[in-house]
Design a protein around this ligand. Sequence first.
Ligand code: CA
Length: 259
Amino acid sequence: MRHGDIHPEGPEVLLIEDDDETRRAIVRDLRARGYHLVEAPDGRTALERWAARRPAVVLLDLGLPDVDGLQVVRHIRREATTPIVILSGRYEEREKVDALDSGADDYVTKPFGVDELDARLRAVLRRAAGPAADRTGRIVAGSLVLDVARYEVLVGERRVDLTPREFEILHVLLSHAGRLVTKARLLRAVWGTAYQDEDSYVYVHVSQLRRKLAAADPDGSLRELIVTEPGVGYRIREPTPTAGPDRGTIDGSKVDPSS
Ligand code: CA
């Protein structure tokens, strides 16, 4: 397995917390729940990791040693809609409200239990799945299911191992099913604004994504799922329903259980 690239676990969480003990405890608890953790002990490191990783969700302590946590919220919000959950101290009411006003999605108040934190993270991830997803955060296209909250892609029963970039590309495309997504838009959403002109990134990752989906899809129903619009971008084609086995006559009559 290519270390640092493949998601061996669940959604990637960027945990920004300067208190070592608290950070270690959260890392341990969330790993046990299947999350993949990326840690940052200060704001500067946090923004570096954010740029490099584009995590699925950000967990942010507001009281950081170098920069104001609010600046971190604003920076991320300028670039992406990635959910942000605030780790708030009991006496940071004001800071918490400011962070929510600046675009943070939710908060937990210290001390909190892992059950509560896990539930908040699942909830913001489900919401972040967007309007294309169902209530559990799943987007379905034919035999393909992208589960945002569980951070997995299934083709039929088979799990497809995608890198975080591939997962995000598929997520963005599926969220706009049927509509054109330009390469610049994909770059902004998946890599960030600094990469706006790196068209080749998109090409390479989309090719790889197609290969993996094709390999997981022996009956070929997902072939052409991702359609190239030459020179412009991509769109998801809704797969044509496969001609299923003849199911015979459909009997619509109700069965009376008392008979
Ligand atoms: Ca702190």
